[in-house]
Structure formats: C-alpha cells, structure tokens
Design a protein around this ligand. Structure first.
Ligand SMILES: CC(C)(COP(=O)(O)OP(=O)(O)OC[C@H]1O[C@@H](n2cnc3c(N)ncnc32)[C@H](O)[C@@H]1OP(=O)(O)O)[C@@H](O)C(=O)NCCC(=O)NCCS
Length: 205
C-alpha cells in the first residue's frame, strides 16, 4: 500500500496546482452521485474563488511526487451569494462558517485514512480561523437513479463519524453539467454542519 503524504497550502499558493486539481475533480466527480461532465472552463472559474481567498485551504495528498487527492475549505463569505443565502435563511452569519468544498481521492488510494486526514486538517483550519461552524453540502440523487451503481455506498455514515449532522430542511442548489446532458442544471444539495470546538480537548474524530 502506497504511503500518502499531505501538505496544506493557502490562497494563491494553490494556483500552480490548477491543472492537478481540475484533473482530479473531473476524474472523481465523473462517478455517481456527481456525474459531472467536467470542463477546464468550469474548473478555472470554480477554483479561482479559492485562489483569490488568502484564508482558503487546499490539502494535497501525494504518492511520491504525484498528486492523487485533494481537499478544500474556504471562509463562507468568499463564496457565491446563493450559497451564503442558505446559511442566512437559518440565521447563520457567513463570517462564522468555514465551508468545505470537496474531498477527492483516486479510488485506488481509498480506505487508508486520507478522508479522515482531510477532515482533521480542515477542522483545524476552521478552528485557527476562529469559525464557529464547519459546513459542506452533498448532492441528493434519487435511490432509483438509473446511473446509481449497485455497489454504491453513501458516505453519510462517514460524515456522521466525523461529527457532522444533516441540517434538516437546509437544501441549497449548485449548477453543473451532468454526463450526457446538453445544458447545466441545478442540483439539490443537502447541507451538513458541525460545531467547531477547540482541538485542545481532542474533540475531533
Ligand atoms: C471521500 C474520500 C476522499 C474519502 O477517502 P477514503 O480514503 O475513503 O477515506 P478514509 O480511508 O479516511 O475512510 C473514511 C471512511 O469511509 C468509509 N470507506 C472507506 N473506504 C471505503 C470503501 N472502499 N467503500 C465504502 N466505504 C469506504 C469507511 O467508513 C471509512 O471509515 P472507517 O475506516 O472507520 O471504516 C473518497 O472516498 C472519495 O474521493 N470519494 C469520492 C468523492 C466524494 O464523494 N467526496 C466527498 C464529497 S466532496
């Protein structure tokens, strides 16, 4: 089993990794439940928000020199208004929230703890930035979706094990191009939340 190494980088220091991040996102999000028909133009626009935010975090996972995974976080106030509005509707201030963008790992490296390491590093960053909440959202697909693989296992139990809970009734939307579609469509996204507490107490799983 290959040993992975991890590195935290912030803001514009992540810009040289644009093509690595785009390649990983397009590869991993091609699969259910994302079914993302990626394009470099979409990736450049999406990732620029992270490069522009000095307090964003990109965690890189490497096998030797090769980047095989990544995970991101950004203070919510840098994000687009539609995302911020979902939190405002629940009485939450964008300044209090560290938003987790994604965790992506090539499938052959899964199951050896990288997902937990990504959460640990992002939660530490949320705490260092003085945020009260860590949040992310996950796409909702129907149980009988025609492209759902029979062996598909939702990540809900993993997210719960990391201390996150579904924010009941907090459903947003994000837009992307699904595989085989001609136009981008809005996807319903379920928000998940975790209260950020001091790491000194060893609270984080
Ligand atoms: C999310 C992701 C980065 C996690 O990486 P990982 O290597 O699986 O993470 P870990 O090894 O830390 O495992 C975390 C938990 O996931 C589950 N898990 C790991 N490998 C699994 C597998 N092959 N099948 C099903 N569940 C698995 C386990 O519950 C595991 O916890 P455990 O070790 O206590 O049993 C990776 O699965 C991935 O890239 N998935 C596709 C993209 C995605 O859905 N990202 C999340 C939303 S952006």
């Amino acid at each position: 089993m290959a040993t992975l190494t991890f590195e935290n980088i912030h803001g514009s220091a992540a810009e040289p990794y644009l093509s690595d991040l785009a390649r990983l996102r397009i590869r991993v999000f091609h699969d259910f439940p994302y079914l993302y028909e990626g394009s470099l133009a979409y990736e450049e626009h999406y990732l620029q928000t992270y490069f522009n935010a000095p307090e964003s975090l990109v965690v890189l996972a490497r096998d030797g020199e090769r980047i095989v995974g990544a995970s991101t976080a950004i203070p919510l106030h840098y994000e687009e208004e539609s995302l911020i509005a979902a939190f405002r509707s629940k009485g939450m201030d964008a300044m209090d929230v560290m938003y987790f963008g994604e965790s992506i790992l090539l499938s052959e490296y899964r199951g050896q703890g990288a997902g937990k390491e990504f959460f640990k590093r992002r939660l530490q960053h949320a705490e260092e930035q003085g945020k009260k909440w860590a949040a992310f959202c996950a796409v909702l697909r129907s149980d009988d979706h025609p492209l759902r693989p029979s062996h598909y296992q939702p990540l809900d139990p993993f997210w719960q094990s990391q201390g996150f809970a579904k924010a009941e009734g907090m459903i947003g939307s994000l837009r992307w191009l699904d595989l085989g579609e001609k136009d981008e469509t809005l996807k319903p996204m379920q928000f998940w939340l975790k209260e950020v507490k001091s790491l000194e107490g060893g609270d984080h799983a």
